[in-house]
Design a protein around this ligand. Structure first.
Ligand SMILES: Nc1ncnc2c1ncn2[C@@H]1O[C@H](COP(=O)(O)OP(=O)(O)O)[C@@H](O)[C@H]1O
Ligand SMILES: NC(=O)OP(=O)(O)O
Length: 314
């Protein structure tokens, strides 16, 4: 049966923690997944794509800093829109090529998407979104005292800069996205969680933050009336006691189990935490909806239920 499927490509799956994030590394990781996405589309599924940008937008900020004496640095909202452009370009060209080679005549389009957040969101005072490269603790301490950056340890992978990640409230281009989907376009939207904007008496205005793309993805999926939400990341399955000797991975989780493990603190902020929260909200919004968390490489196995952690109501 044809389904509406929202796929969220993790920024850390497009640039892995072991990679530098070269153009070729990013395109290779995107190619691996897009080949399987093309199969889904050929099978008749309606596909909507979103993607993260943590490593990429952090690298862009770093570039800004290093060249600030010669080129004016851009604020974080502009950098997020830049990554929507660069990653949207990579995904639309790669997927478009696979579709054409498979004889599928479907347009692919990446849309600059703004997402409304609340200016009073407490997340502005408590940065949790990991961006950019990984550093040693010594390097991180020097950056905190020297540059005033907020840095935190990220799931045993190293230390990274963190920025505010307010909750997405509304997708500004939701109607346009829906119309494009209904017209048969494969849409790439809300990249990097969407460009964060607040409503002011004068209209929309960008704010410096990085929205979690899984949280924006669940909003997108609900707006699109999706059946499934696939969160594609660096690990194959969701675990409890992650990274410890008693780590345990799951093929399936019910909503009750997911909530239980969430309340026990197994899913940290800024990485698995928002993924599980997004999965829970999506599954909770419709009885037959399912969310799947799986690695970008094994996405194709998750489509047939052979890999990943599937979260369902019961
Ligand atoms: N309980 C857990 N189960 C699995 N992975 C976890 C868990 N807790 C933390 N992680 C880490 O979270 C990462 C996924 O979050 P993140 O890197 O932010 O995702 P994205 O690919 O969307 O950028 C995994 O690669 C893993 O290192
Ligand atoms: N914006 C965002 O959620 O990026 P990641 O997928 O890289 O965490």
């Amino acid at each position: 049966m044809a389904e509406t499927i929202v796929l969220a490509f993790g920024g850390n799956a497009i640039t892995k923690s072991t990679e530098k994030g070269t153009r070729d590394e990013q395109w290779k990781n995107i190619r691996n997944t897009c080949s399987h996405v093309a199969v889904l589309i050929k099978q008749g599924h309606r596909v909507l794509i979103t993607h993260g940008n943590g490593p990429q937008v952090g690298n862009l900020l770093l570039k800004n800093e290093l060249t600030r004496d010669v080129v004016p640095p851009m604020p974080l909202d502009v950098c997020v829109s830049n990554t929507q452009g660069s990653l949207g370009y990579a995904i639309s060209q790669t997927l478009g090529n696979f579709l054409r080679n498979a004889g599928v005549d479907r347009p692919v389009a990446a849309m600059i998407t703004q997402v409304v957040v609340r200016s009073e969101d407490p997340a502005f005072a408590n940065p949790t979104k990991y961006i950019g490269p990984f550093y040693s603790q010594t390097q991180a301490e020097a950056m905190m005292s020297g540059k005033g950056h907020v840095m935190r340890e990220d799931s045993g992978r190293g230390w990274r800069r963190v920025v505010p990640s307010p909750e997405p409230v509304e997708i500004v281009e939701a109607v346009a996205i829906k119309k494009m989907l209904d017209a048969g376009v494969i849409v790439i939207a809300a990249g990097g969680g969407g460009v964060p904007v607040v409503r002011t008496p004068a209209g929309l205005e960008g704010v410096e933050a990085v929205i979690d793309k899984d949280m924006a993805g669940q909003l997108l999926a609900r707006e699109a009336g999706a059946d499934a939400l696939f969160l594609l990341t660096e690990v194959d399955r969701v675990c409890i006691h992650y990274g410890k000797p008693n780590q345990q991975a799951f093929d399936r989780l019910t909503l009750d189990q997911a909530r239980q493990y969430q309340s026990e603190g197994h899913f940290p902020p800024g990485s698995m935490g928002p993924k599980m929260e997004a999965a829970i909200r999506f599954v909770d919004s419709g009885r037959h909806r399912r969310a799947v968390i799986v690695s970008l490489e094994n996405a194709h196995l998750a489509f047939s239920g052979e890999s990943g952690t599937i979260i369902t109501a019961k």
